[in-house]
Design a binder for this molecule. Structure first.
Ligand SMILES: [Zn+2]
Length: 285
């Protein structure tokens, strides 16, 4: 059998790989940070908040095990948003420290870089990992499809309600990173989950590489220990908890050598060749 081959590999010096010295410094020097804002995301709801380039944002398991569905946009241009599938190809199906959130085309730049996360799950015997990029958010349409019922507290709807104050809509909500969620694929390729291994105080944090709008839903599946769809469906309501968000200002000396990310400088016009036109101001004699 032919051996598997990692396809998305970068040449040395490309921005796929971070300067681990700089980002390691950001993770270890936590006492130098200044708390700028603290937000509570109530259970089974969503919240949105801006993060400025160079700030660190931390998502916290504030009371008990809980997964969160995270979206990200360029604060000044919501057409540029987190691209989950490309990020999966560039890094992994489960994100970890030093992985980055990459933006959609025609931008493709790091929106954020994970500086630290306390779960450190690795890959288990079933091939499962934490902070899931294999799946996406739960939504009321799939809920109707699988259970035949109306349910308005799905992550998709929580995110929709959260972004309305920022003049975004349902069409702006996109594929998420499932923070604190353990997932994998069975032998026959089916998507599976395991209960979130998190405990109170666990966190996942990232440095904003540009001005961001972030939004998260505290998933109505709670810690994912209760099946919510299909013949054995039950209500996981008792396993649902809030999430905490903290935004920190980082001292300038810790950010030495860092600058906000820039879009990929591709100017190839997709190979389009334009017909030559007479230059303005020139007249035929
Ligand atoms: Zn959900």
């Amino acid at each position: 059998m032919v051996k598997p081959r990692i396809i998305y590999e970068a040449k040395p010096g490309m921005p796929l790989y971070v300067d681990r010295k700089l980002y390691g410094r950001l993770a270890s020097a936590k006492e130098g940070r200044k708390l700028s804002e603290r937000i509570t995301v109530p259970r089974r709801s969503g919240k949105a908040w801006p993060v400025r380039a160079g700030q660190i944002c931390r998502i916290i398991v504030s009371e008990g095990p809980q997964v969160g569905d995270l979206n990200m946009w360029n604060r000044h241009n919501p057409r540029e948003r987190f691209w989950a599938s490309r990020t999966r190809q560039l890094h992994s199906a489960h994100l970890k420290t030093y992985d980055r959130f990459w933006s959609s085309l025609p931008y493709l730049r790091p929106m954020a870089t994970i500086t630290d996360e306390s779960v450190q799950y690795g890959i288990d015997a079933d091939g499962a990992g934490c902070h899931d990029l294999l799946g996406t958010r739960c939504d009321p349409y799939v809920h109707k499809l699988l259970n035949g019922e109306d349910f308005d507290l799905c992550c998709h709807s929580n995110l929709v309600r959260a972004v309305i104050p920022y003049k975004l809509t349902e069409y702006d909500v996109h594929d998420v990173l499932n923070v604190f969620q353990v997932t994998g694929l069975t032998q026959d390729g089916r998507y599976f989950v395991k209960p979130s291994p998190t405990k109170k105080g666990d966190y996942f944090e990232f440095l904003a590489e540009m001005d961001l709008l972030c939004a998260i839903s505290a998933c109505p599946h709670g810690d994912l220990s209760v099946q919510m769809w299909g013949p054995s469906a039950a209500d996981p309501e008792k396993t649902c908890h809030p999430l905490g968000i903290e935004i920190y200002d980082v001292p300038a000396e810790l950010l030495r050598g860092w600058k906000p990310s820039a879009v990929v400088d591709y100017r190839g016009e997709h190979g389009l060749a334009y017909p030559e036109r007479p230059r303005a101001g020139r007249r035929k004699a």
